[in-house]
Design a binder for this molecule. Structure first.
Ligand SMILES: Cc1ncc(C[n+]2csc(CCOP(=O)(O)OP(=O)(O)O)c2C)c(N)n1
Length: 353
């Protein structure tokens, strides 16, 4: 990635109070470009009839998953939602496996058993996505409880939407995490709509205020600024590891596409979408780095090539063998613990030095 740095023209190029080096800031842009590029390619394959089932994307929300996932260490555990592909990319899921997942191929993360971002690679510390919303809040809380009981220095993080805040599970997870002061981070992805339900029909108070009701910190962050979402999660992780309990991070963003590919979102005012387009998280990070002398066009071209190669690989991959359809439904033999994921943030490498 250093090849994209022509010359750091403004000081050291660090950001987020010095926690992000220039290489990290480029990494964040790259993760968001990969998410967008992969989802655009998958959407095009969907329109060609090659993606089974429906199709969901997180266009315009890339910073909500890229930043917080980047702030997590290898031993932390993630419960990732359906519009948060960048978290999987940060953890180390390759572009070819992502596209094979959309295409239902044997080489996809679930081997054709599920589609979209309904997956988790247990070897990279990610729990398989649970569709019932927001049950992953309870799973993350349970994992954090285990970390606390074992005295381990690690945390769990999960993402959920504004629609999830009206469910009982949200309150149960928040309450237990608060009572037990658990090392868990809740990222509320406030993207203005839960399918067709707008915020004013979802809650009467901003849900970030509910954190105080459960005895812990709630912060609101610009969900379209990847360095801000990183910094909010980095601080929350520090708090969690110091024994100071959970954090609710409300990342304010916009769902720029329909709920799924079949939804033309006629219920969303066009002006609202256009207003948010001006705050596109990728454009913003690209502009920042461009000012520092980073060759963003070269980075875009490299990501594009990577996606082309991944698409060719995924399209050439075999369909799964139906005989293995129920493999993995039940645990056979000894249960294997989740593996650790990739943790690319330079702050973790410095810890080891
Ligand atoms: C308990 C439950 N009810 C309904 C659904 C179907 N469903 C999947 S995503 C979704 C919209 C959720 O909205 P929100 O939580 O705001 O997340 P967003 O999709 O906007 O990211 C719905 C209704 C579900 N998965 N689980």
């Amino acid at each position: 990635m250093a090849t994209h740095i022509a010359e750091a023209t403004a000081g050291t190029g660090t950001a987020a109070g010095g926690h992000l080096k220039l290489e990290d800031r480029i990494w964040l842009l790259r993760a968001m470009l990969l998410m967008r590029g992969l989802e655009e390619r998958a959407m095009s394959l969907y329109r060609q009839g090659r993606v089974p089932g429906s199709f969901y994307d997180g266009y315009g929300q890339e910073a909500v998953s890229a930043g917080p996932a980047f702030a997590m260490a290898a031993q932390d555990r993630l419960c990732v939602l359906h519009r948060d592909l960048a978290a999987h990319i940060v953890r180390g899921v390759t572009p070819a496996r992502v596209l094979a997942q959309y295409l239902g191929r044997a080489t996809g993360v679930t081997g054709g058993r599920d589609g979209n971002v309904h997956f988790g690679d247990r070897n990279l510390g990610c729990v398989g996505m649970i569709s019932m919303l927001p049950d992953m809040m309870l799973v993350a809380t349970g994992m954090a409880m285990a970390f606390k009981l074992r005295g381990e220095r690690r945390c769990a993080i999960t993402w959920f939407g504004d629609g999830s805040t009206s469910r009982g599970d949200f309150h149960e997870a928040m309450n237990w995490a608060g009572v037990q002061k658990l090392p868990v981070i809740f990222v509320l992805e406030n993207n203005q709509y839960a399918y067709s339900t707008p915020l004013e029909k979802q809650f009467a108070v901003d849900p970030v205020e509910r954190a105080a009701a459960y005895g812990f910190v709630g912060v609101t962050v610009d969900g379209n600024d990847v360095e801000a979402t990183f910094e909010a999660a980095r601080t929350a992780r520090e708090r969690a590891l110091s024994g100071d309990g959970p954090t609710l991070i409300e990342a304010v963003t916009m769902r720029m596409h329909g709920h799924a590919a079949h939804d033309d979102m006629k219920y969303v005012p066009k002006d609202q979408v256009e207003e948010w387009r001006k705050r596109d998280p990728i454009d913003r990070q690209a502009a920042r780095l461009g000012e520092l002398g980073v060759d963003v066009d070269a980075l875009r071209a490299e990501v594009h090539e990577e996606i082309d190669a991944a698409a060719a690989e995924a399209l050439a991959a075999p369909m799964p063998d139906p005989a293995g359809a129920v493999d993995g439904v039940f645990c056979v033999g000894e249960a294997k613990p989740l593996g650790d994921g990739q943790a690319p943030w330079s702050g973790f490498r410095e810890d080891e030095a």
